[in-house]
Design a protein around this ligand. Structure first.
Ligand code: FMN
Length: 245
């Protein structure tokens, strides 16, 4: 394994892969929508989440003045719309109309909710912080909805059974991804003694040993093929027989 240093400013990309959000707003009879990747839950009770918004975004003002916003979690059908609303500003146009994004009324906030999404979260702004060059809007969740095709209500996780009803995830740049499958860990909380007794972590050592073995094999076969390459080259490099005559 080769560990490579990457620039500090690029490290945020390692956190890529979260669901991308279409954040809608409404203020003074105008609506807007923009793409957001920087979002996270920040409290269970009260239920709060936070989104990081650059002050240059038109949505920044819409959220500040309107004091509410809605999160729409798009499925893949909205891939290009997501990228587009994340590239142009609502300062110049009504993006929802231009992109012909069908929408419907929210329950508790003024911001419209977008069709073709698999989840919706309505928020009122409960706090605002400046974090470096972004503003962190903390939203109090006042209503939330899911598409039942997309959500496993029993396990309270995305069901991922049908591609059409899966949340779209964002990796960075223009790259997106979908989750592959759901699997559960079967581990239970247990004492240190029990863990020792059961040999907890052994499989990790075994997996590491297997990885090491594979790496060594690969290195060896690379070295062998390099050597073979040299051997193939060497006859050509060998002194030519003196031409007849
Ligand atoms: C996939 C994606 C994710 C984005 N995430 C964020 C984000 O988390 N915060 C932010 O301020 N801008 C983010 N942007 C950029 C804004 O969506 C973009 O500047 C948008 O044009 C702002 O629109 P507005 O001026 O109408 O608000 C993202 C863009 C894309 C394409």
């Amino acid at each position: 394994m080769v560990r490579q240093k990457i620039p500090e400013a690029e490290a945020r990309r390692l956190l890529g892969g979260a669901p991308v959000l279409l954040v809608t707003t409404r203020w003074q009879a105008a609506s807007n929508v923009f793409a957001v990747a920087w979002a996270m839950p920040v409290s269970t009770n009260p239920p709060l989440l936070a989104i990081a918004v650059h002050p240059s975004r038109h949505s920044h003002d819409m959220i500040s003045f309107g004091e509410s916003f809605a999160i729409n979690i798009p499925a893949r059908v909205l891939l290009n719309h997501t990228q587009w609303v994340g590239m142009v500003s609502g300062m110049q146009m009504e993006k929802l109309d231009v992109a012909r994004l069908p929408h419907f009324r929210a329950k508790e906030v003024e911001a419209p909710l977008i069709e073709g999404c698999v989840g919706w979260i309505e928020c009122t702004v409960s706090d605002t912080f400046t974090t470096g060059d972004h503003t962190l809007f903390v939203g109090k969740i006042v209503a939330a909805h899911v598409d039942t095709e997309a959500w496993d209500a029993e396990r309270k996780v995305w069901s991922l059974t049908d591609e059409e009803y899966q949340p779209l995830h964002y990796l960075g740049g223009q790259s997106y991804a979908m989750l592959d499958s759901v699997f559960d860990s079967e581990v239970e909380a247990r004492s240190a003694d029990q863990m020792e007794e059961e040999g907890f972590g052994k499989e990790l050592e075994e997996a590491e040993a297997e990885r090491r073995r594979k790496r060594e094999e690969a290195e060896q076969s690379r070295a062998e093929s390099e050597q073979r390459g040299e051997e193939e080259v060497s006859p050509a490099k060998a002194p030519r027989e003196r031409p007849e005559g």
